[in-house]
Design a protein around this ligand. Structure first.
Ligand code: PLP
Length: 392
């Protein structure tokens, strides 16, 4: 039902209405915050318990239906963070002795989960080169259960060969899982091309206001129920107040991401022609190695880009000190533009040679495009870039 209905309407409509009109107390038009951990037990079994940790409150139910409609999946679940969505998904699919294939250069939290936590429970992984499908078969073992990728990697926005990932998973009996945080369902709907499970850090574009931490998992009813069962016991539920803010943020998802994408495109082109910039990473530019793949798969290239400054670390530091509109901070997808130097933050744990080898130079800046006026933003960036080139 949800399925057919979701596809007959555009995302902007579903972001506001999917899940149906509910009759709220006092005929409230907006879903109120149901700030109650516990609910009267009217049913006969566990599945009818109303309890926040079980994600069964009205705020959770509305969001689950809405996100399923945005992702074009049968079912969805909201959780307490993107990492709760990722850990809950993988721990539901994998047990002691199991193995997964994971794209290299994953989001830092996920990479650490795979490298440091999973080995404690006997879950191992092999990194695969997402650009070389012919190399994947050699990494599959009898215990391999899952293939895990991201829509675009952080911070160089490498786009995996997604059609091949899906086909490879099906051909080898693996569950395909994708982290779609950088694109959001506005930019890419992985389930549409056959991914089994789509996770999002709703902390980013989905909620869009840099004021909550949340996550979602979307997929078949069977997969989502299994992940919910695992996460019910791990305890990574979403708080009702954060659920309210996520529902509110989702209503403007499409207009926000569309505008962020438009500004990012203008910015990327300005940067590409700028004397202070040696390289720009944006999937919307023809210079991006996976530009044609991204153009074929994505509905717009999104709000994330990276730039490398002429003059390396010193220039990057002068640039960060000179920008007035963007905030120097991690995270992404909010209304305020953000700049951060990955070599000093997300990738600080890597040895300098490893960083250089993976293209994350000291002069690299990651940019999350906000919702400021594009002309104001471009003027400010241009001014800061000029200052970045002045010595002393
Ligand atoms: C932020 C982020 C996460 C983790 O999400 P949290 O909500 O911070 O737990 C996972 N993947 C990607 C790509 C992210 O950007």
């Amino acid at each position: 039902m949800q399925h057919a209905d979701a596809r007959s309407r555009e995302l902007a409509t579903n972001a506001i209405h999917a899940g149906g009109k509910q009759l709220h107390p006092e005929r409230a038009v907006v879903t109120p915050i149901y700030q109650s951990s516990n609910y009267l037990f009217a049913g006969e079994d566990y599945h009818q318990l109303g309890y926040i940790r079980l994600s069964t409150t009205p705020n959770h139910r509305v969001l689950a239906a809405r996100i399923a409609a945005l992702e074009w999946t049968e079912s969805a679940l909201v959780l307490g963070s993107g990492m709760a969505a990722i850990s809950g998904t993988l721990l539901s699919l994998l047990g002691t002795g199991d193995h997964l294939l994971a794209q290299g250069n994953l989001y830092g939290g996920t990479a650490t989960l795979l490298h440091r936590e999973f080995p404690k429970w006997g879950i191992t992984h092999t990194s695969i080169d997402a650009q070389r499908p012919d190399s994947w078969a050699a990494a599959v073992r009898p215990a391999t259960r899952v293939v895990y990728v991201e829509t675009m990697t952080n911070p160089l926005l490498e786009v995996a060969d997604h059609l091949e990932v899906v086909e490879f998973a099906k051909g080898n009996g693996l569950v395909s899982v994708i982290d779609n945080t950088f694109a959001s369902p506005v930019g890419f709907r992985p389930a549409e091309i056959g991914y089994d499970i789509v996770v999002e850090s709703c902390t980013k574009f989905m909620s869009g206001h840099s004021d909550i931490v949340a996550g979602s998992v979307a997929g078949s009813g069977e997969h989502v129920a299994a992940i919910k069962h695992t996460q019910d016991h791990l305890g990574g539920a979403l708080d009702p107040h954060a659920a309210f803010l996520l529902e509110r943020g989702l209503k403007t998802l499409e207009v926000r991401v569309r505008e962020q994408t438009r500004t990012a495109g203008l910015l990327a082109r300005m940067l590409e022609g700028h004397a202070a910039v040696s390289r720009v990473y944006y999937t919307g530019l023809e210079s991006h190695p996976q530009h044609s793949r991204a153009s074929q798969l994505f509905h717009g290239h999104g709000g994330m880009l990276s730039l490398e400054l002429v003059g390396g670390l010193e220039a990057a530091s002068r640039f960060s000190a000179a920008v007035e509109i963007p905030t120097v901070a991690v995270s992404l997808g909010g209304p305020e533009s953000l700049v951060i130097r990955p070599a000093a933050t997300s990738h600080a744990g890597l040895a300098p040679e490893e960083r250089e080898a993976s293209g994350i130079t000291d002069g690299l800046i990651r940019f999350s495009t906000g919702l400021e006026n594009a002309d104001d933003l471009l003027d400010d960036i241009d001014r800061a870039l000029r200052l970045s080139q002045q010595q002393g």
